[in-house]
Design a protein around this ligand. Sequence first.
Ligand SMILES: Cc1cc2nc3c(=O)[nH]c(=O)nc-3n(C[C@H](O)[C@H](O)[C@H](O)COP(=O)(O)OP(=O)(O)OC[C@H]3O[C@@H](n4cnc5c(N)ncnc54)[C@H](O)[C@@H]3O)c2cc1C
Length: 404
Amino acid sequence: MKNADTAVSFRTEIKSWLQKNCPISQRQPIIQKEQIWGGRNKHFYNDDARHWFEAARDRGFTAPEWPARYGGGGLSADQAAVLREEMQDLGCRPPLYDQGLWMLGPALLVFGTEAQKQRHLPAICRGEIRWAQGYSEPFAGSDLANLQTKAEDDGDFFKVTGSKIWTTRADAADWIFCLVRTDDSGPKQQGISFLLIDLASAGVSIAPIPLLSGDSDFCQTFFDDVRVPKDNLVGELHGGWAVAKEVLRHERQLMASFESMAEKPKLNIIDLFNEHMGNENAYGISSTDIRSRLASHLIRDSAVKQLGNRIAQQHEVQSVDSRLPLLMKYLSTREVQHKNEIILDILGTRGLSLASPDNPELYDSMVKQWAFDKALTIAGGTSEIQLNIIAKRALELPSASTPE
Ligand SMILES: Cc1cc2nc3c(=O)[nH]c(=O)nc-3n(C[C@H](O)[C@H](O)[C@H](O)COP(=O)(O)OP(=O)(O)OC[C@H]3O[C@@H](n4cnc5c(N)ncnc54)[C@H](O)[C@@H]3O)c2cc1C
């Protein structure tokens, strides 16, 4: 009874804190240009965004479950779930976006030294440092362990040479967490180390990679004899693969939980169907065909959401069946793409245009979303690799040549 009372009063307190501190404008669906990314060049779209970020930061709610001594909220899994539910209920935007928050921080909590935790975790929670991820290389994507960026022993330092590709927004980041080769005498996975590198170091250069869309979120990041203090090694020397896998675990959870990382128009697919479909759309695709694909999608989508709920419940009691998140990333990202295909088929020629006279923003973002969400089955490990891992770890089928 006492526990139940405590839980109710915690929920009441959180609800009223959110109502007081999260401005109404920060309770609208997030659009990309209004996201709050941390870092030395932090930018706020408006004063409300700054207010919401600062309030959440000061309460430790940028990282609710991290220990308070590292800048987190110190909440238990149950309390964090209450916070998430209440934020969802009010429609509160995430107060901070950062790869350090999502991927590096959780791995540092497991593998970092006390000094590393003290130095980096509070700076992440406070949005002071923005992180990039340096895993992929021109010849090491799916076969990540093939990476060739070298870190040579140089007294108190490592000397790093090589390049990382597809480093998302490295040009806006302050630091990068990197996989580097420290030994090439044995099996590939066993000669890799995990290093934290300040992107302001001498010898680092970053070249944005232009995309067809005209945007340029990707970079290639070059290291030319960059001196990195040995204190920046996370985990064991040559033992970085274990840290890398912990980061990937969180990255895949993140990808699975993003319905879309692109802008989210308010859109109900059933309303869209009723509004736009007569007997057939502009391509001659019949409403019967789309209706049947829509029904299949809604059934699968509901199953994926239930799988997500099951994983969340297992998180709450800290007993996650490690096979389920593997399935979740594969299934949920695939389902988002099915949904986008159906939406564009419903929209017909409207879906092709980048703007429409009646609702330019909606159609513009739908086409962008369709294109952007293609990335969900590539980033954080492709779906094919994910299937290999599911075959090996979840189904325990005989080993194929699977890198992770
Ligand atoms: C939006 C986005 C953001 C990203 N951000 C970052 C970042 O910040 N930092 C970073 O380091 N990387 C980043 N990446 C890179 C990403 O990790 C790689 O693209 C991904 O791991 C695939 O590697 P690759 O592109 O080299 O493709 P490849 O490995 O060359 O694969 C090409 C194709 O072959 C298939 N394939 C390869 N091997 C196998 C196999 N054994 N079995 C079956 N099929 C196989 C793949 O599934 C794929 O379809 C990002 C990617 C995207 C799309």
